[in-house]
Design a binder for this molecule. Structure first.
Ligand code: IPD
Ligand code: CA
Ligand code: CA
Ligand code: CA
Length: 261
């Protein structure tokens, strides 16, 4: 295994994402029996599905890679000694999940030091598995992804992830600036899936004023390996803003997001 630590972890991450996704799907099909609880604000929910799938993932990762650290949304971080940290979101898109939309994912990223080196984003209801490892390209169900290098923010829609917790006037200023530039908004309630869509040329770029590492760690390596550019100003401990696209769109989104109300 340790002969190729990235390849063995990519293969394991894909298997775990698929099994976790199938477990989550069972909860999804019976979602009317879940009693979700509010977390920090309205529309910020957690259910037995999120907790059970994360606990299962943590057990499976510890069994296979006992020296690796784990950071995830629903439980406290655990440290490791190998230099690798798994960065997991058992269900990214809890809101779409709970209301029956298919656009939710299991997101499994891996950090070596501060850098994302492996990413798997699995969308069970869409039957799509996005995967990437450093230096090996990004794939959708096994097919290589290459981002369009020529697009601007006006070429096709732009993902915008602001939640109800965003500053309303900053969110408004970004939307206004984007539309002045000929851009149009797109949103699904999974940051991981929006980054995967950037890698797959389904949207031209993505901006979110605040994400946690578990929302974006896997998606960052997907975008980079597909030839794109990502800046995340958070880290494994702190949330922060994220911009993704080809070089041109990334730079345009950075500028537009600084428009002042
Ligand atoms: C959320 C999704 C959403 C993003 C939020 C996240 P969750 O994650 O990624 O797209 O805008 O900031 O919290 O709570 O559904 O895992
Ligand atoms: Ca959540
Ligand atoms: Ca999330
Ligand atoms: Ca989540």
């Amino acid at each position: 295994d340790e002969a190729d630590p990235l390849a063995s972890r990519l293969a394991a991450a894909e298997r775990l994402a698929r099994t976790a996704g199938n477990n989550a799907r069972t909860f999804f099909l019976a979602r009317d029996t879940l009693n979700p609880e509010l977390k920090s604000a309205s529309q910020d929910l957690v259910s037995e599905a999120d907790r059970t799938v994360e606990a299962w993932l943590r057990r499976a990762i510890r069994r296979r890679f006992p020296q690796d650290g784990i950071v995830g949304e629903e439980e406290a971080a655990t440290e490791g000694s190998s230099g690798f940290v798994w960065v997991i979101d058992p269900i990214d898109g809890t809101m779409p999940f709970l209301v029956g939309q298919p656009n939710w994912t299991v997101s499994i990223g891996i950090a070596r030091g501060d850098a994302p080196v492996v990413g798997v984003v699995y969308a069970p209801m869409l039957r799509e598995c996005y995967s990437a490892a450093e230096g090996g390209g990004a794939r959708l169900n096994g097919c290589l992804l290459t981002m369009n290098p020529d697009w601007s923010v006006a070429s096709t829609t732009i993902g915008f992830g602001a939640t109800q917790k965003a500053d309303p006037s900053e969110a408004g200023a970004f939307v206004e600036a984007l539309y002045r530039e000929g851009g149009v908004l797109f949103r699904v309630g999974s940051g991981a899936l929006m980054l995967a869509y950037v890698a797959a040329n389904r949207i031209a770029g993505y901006y979110d004023p605040t994400l946690h590492c578990w929302d974006c760690w896997a998606g960052m390596i997907l975008v980079r390996e597909a030839g794109g550019v990502v800046t995340f100003e958070g880290d494994l401990g702190q949330p922060g803003p994220i911009w993704a696209g080809n070089r041109r769109v990334h730079d345009q989104l950075r500028r537009l997001s600084r428009a002042t109300p």
